[in-house]
Ligand binder design. Structure first.
Ligand SMILES: Cc1ncc(COP(=O)(O)O)c(C=O)c1O
Length: 374
């Protein structure tokens, strides 16, 4: 048997994408890619991808043009310094208070590396996005998981009661993934007031652009608090997940410590740099995404209610739906029809599915597939 180079690249790319995809979804219905460069990342061409909280509308035209402009210049390293100063201006904050990362995920891992690498504990809601707590756990820290209340709100009393002398991080997602749960400015202040000054309060704001005037940890920074790290991303409202740009805001002391380990000048790339700058100047696209998500949320609530299903919903671009003990089975059956949604097991919600909103036709296909499976 002879291997052409082209065929080899195609086979390895397809195999690698398929393996990671299978690991991600524990499903075995991945279709074969038809190009050696498979931008479908191992998903079948006609897949309906409602599983990763991606923005279905895609990046703004201006962001795409800027990214394309950056590609031929990619023989040079991109430098996040310029983006940092633009972000500083955008937030009306000094640039010492900002660090740019390869997605906000970089900051969410570096925070525990900086403050919890010698152990201690971190306090986190249980039903939440787990990069920071899981990373802390891998570093040897204890994670004090606290369940949400039955109405899916954060149990602030339980969370704060878990804080002790060994606590390094208090983690909150505002608004939460996968429940959409959010806090008011008073709640954020209540937490900040209650935490000892040496506990880092990490406020993950990946979805905050989807809230109308959502309370932000930035308000705490404006009050001069030194133990708050706010993380933001271009992946969601700006629809640049594949370009990997995020950033953090915090007191220069904590930012200097984080910068010892990462979020350096080369954490970004030319295409992403261009797209991020153009996106910051294109508020209209963020508004368009927010409006689309608001409209789609109402549609989902209506359609799922018609099927007699209970939902948990907030501002972000996804909905959590209670299916019961057949949730995983139904997820698998949807995957067989190339409709990819997320089973809630990974957030201790085994009876739920999390559906990221898609384009109109994709949503309709999902509704009819789900209705037939119930
Ligand atoms: C709550 C939350 N924070 C952070 C991230 C990571 O985003 P990024 O693409 O900026 O690494 C995600 C991704 O889904 C998320 O849901």
């Amino acid at each position: 048997m002879s291997f052409t180079r082209r065929g080899f690249i195609k086979r390895s790319a397809t195999a690698a994408a398929t393996v990671s995809f299978l690991q991600q979804l524990s499903a075995d219905t991945c279709g074969a890619a038809t190009s050696p460069i498979d931008f479908g990342m191992g998903f079948p061409d006609d897949a309906i991808r409602l599983n990763r909280n991606e923005n279905p509308l895609g990046p703004s035209k201006r962001a795409i043009e800027a990214a394309i402009e950056g590609v031929p210049k990619s023989n040079r390293y991109a430098d996040s310094i310029l983006l940092r100063s633009l972000l500083a201006r955008h937030h009306g904050i000094d640039e010492e208070w900002i660090l740019v990362g390869t997605g906000s995920g970089e900051l969410l891992k570096l925070a525990p590396l900086v403050v919890a690498r010698d152990g201690g504990n971190i306090v986190s809601p249980l039903e939440t996005f787990r990069t920071t707590p899981s990373f802390a756990e891998k570093l040897g820290a204890e994670v004090r998981w606290k369940k949400l209340r039955p109405d899916a709100s954060y149990d602030l009393d339980a969370l704060l009661a878990a804080v002790d002398d060994e606590t390094k991080i208090f983690y909150i997602v505002q608004p939460n993934n996968p429940t959409g749960t959010s806090l008011s400015s008073d709640d954020l202040r209540k937490i900040a007031d209650a935490l000892p000054k040496d506990v880092l309060f990490v406020v993950d704001e990946a979805y905050i652009h989807f809230m109308e005037n959502g309370a932000s940890g930035i308000e705490l920074l404006e009050e001069g608090r030194t133990n708050v790290l706010v993380t933001r991303t271009f992946s969601k409202a700006y629809a640049l997940a594949g370009l990997r740009i995020g950033y953090g805001l915090g007191h220069p002391d904590i930012m200097h410590q984080i910068a010892r380990f990462g979020c350096g000048p080369t954490s970004t790339n030319m295409a992403g740099f261009g797209a991020a700058v153009a996106s910051l100047e294109d508020d209209a696209h963020v508004r368009k995404s927010r409006d689309y998500i608001r409209k789609t949320r109402a549609l989902y609530e209506r359609e799922l209610q018609k099927m007699g299903l209970a939902t948990i919903v907030g501002a972000p671009p996804f909905i959590l739906v209670e299916i019961g003990d057949r949730a995983k089975q139904i997820r698998d059956a949807l995957v067989e029809q190339k409709i990819f949604v997320r089973h809630g097991g990974e957030w201790d919600l085994p009876n739920h599915l999390r559906i990221s909103y898609g384009l109109e036709e994709e949503n309709q296909t999902f509704f009819s597939a789900l209705a037939k499976l119930l």
